[in-house]
Ligand binder design. Structure first.
Ligand code: SF4
Ligand code: SF4
Length: 335
């Protein structure tokens, strides 16, 4: 059996999740981008560099993930990646839907980037394309093959929901066949498109109930890890002995959007609750009330934002106390 470890929060490194634009060629059912809240701007390369510089100055160890929208739609993404490496970011990752616009893989060398992460949300074409759009499965697989064949460290992200949990086990042979080095399992959040829609892929609700999650995710993760693939998945449901911690208080994560908003908590991103923002090239704190005021609240259900926006994954006893606590959405297990 592979050793399982909880990836605990740390302020020893700064992690930035940098949305350099919100434009995308797809419109996934569960897309969390909310243009009313995050803007429609495509950041200039000068602004991207200045904002990278601002976060690099915060901590000796900083990691960046470039996101969108689809980040490869930005013609200056290779320059942004190279700048991040030049100014000392420890790891640089690009998350892509696999379309790899602007010849991205030919404008960067494997030693200039740490990971290219592809998003696939089904092990079969019908399921993935129902969630992410027609043709996206083939395009993603072909992008992965090109990335692996060119020598890039290649990882894959699978966002688990009620619509695709049954196909997660089938990822085991596919990941080996594609020579994927890391596999990130994520959990669907009630944000962006989902928060606005009344139904999700014909299912009663997008979320997976606790018992189904526990019966599937850790076991499948371990099987996949037995092939030498590093697997990361969110904890979601805390065990009784686990201590609840809010990453907003004990970690150093920043989710940056092109309109200048900087969130510490991804679950706040549908609301103007960001606690920091860029004014020109300077990082400034926002006025109260913002997400930082919520982080301090202590409730029996664990995560406050989970209770506010996605309480469908909570369950209560007869005396109305919660059956379990929900972990911070940023708490991960790794095998
Ligand atoms: S590829 Fe990403 S940004 Fe584009 S629609 Fe899908 S989830 Fe949203
Ligand atoms: S998800 Fe919950 S616990 Fe995590 S940072 Fe947000 S409010 Fe805090």
């Amino acid at each position: 059996m592979k050793e399982k470890k909880t990836v605990s929060f740390s302020k020893n490194s700064t992690n930035i999740f940098f949305h350099i634009l919100t434009k995308c060629n797809l419109n996934c059912l569960h897309c969390y981008i909310n243009k009313e809240q995050h803007g429609k701007t495509t950041l200039s390369i000068e602004t991207i560099k200045a904002w990278l510089d601002a976060f690099a100055a915060k901590n000796k160890i900083a990691n960046v993930v470039f996101l969108g929208g689809e980040p490869t739609l930005h013609p200056d993404l290779p320059s942004a990646v190279k700048h991040a490496k030049k100014i000392g970011y420890k790891s640089v990752t690009v998350d892509t839907n696999g379309y790899l616009f602007n010849g991205f893989l030919s404008k960067i060398a494997p030693d200039e980037i740490d990971f290219i992460s592809f998003s696939l949300d089904g092990s079969t074409k019908p399921t993935n394309d129902m969630l992410r759009g027609k043709g996206s499965y083939d395009q993603c697989i072909s992008g992965i093959k090109e990335s692996v064949s060119k020598g890039f460290n290649t990882s894959l992200i699978y966002t688990v929901s009620s619509a695709n949990i049954d196909e997660l086990a089938m990822m085991e042979p596919l990941l080996s066949e594609l020579k994927i080095g890391r596999f990130f399992i994520q959990v669907i959040g009630i944000r962006g498109n989902i928060a606005k829609s009344v139904s999700f892929a014909g299912k009663e609700k997008p979320q997976v109930l606790r018992q189904r999650w526990l019966d599937n995710i850790p076991i499948i993760a371990e099987k996949i890890a037995s092939h030498g693939i590093i697997v990361t998945y969110p904890k979601v449901f805390l065990d009784p002995e686990d201590k609840f911690e809010c990453a907003g208080l004990v970690a150093d994560n920043y989710f940056i959007f092109p309109n200048g908003r900087v969130y510490r908590c991804p679950l706040c991103e549908d609301y103007p609750l960001h606690s920091i923002e860029f004014k020109d090239k300077e990082l400034v704190k926002t006025d109260k009330i913002n997400e930082a005021d919520l982080f301090k609240l202590s409730i029996p259900e664990g995560c406050v934002m989970n209770k506010l926006i996605q309480s469908g994954n909570l369950s209560y006893k007869e005396d109305e106390s919660p059956e379990y606590k929900i972990a911070c959405c940023l708490l991960k297990e790794e095998v």
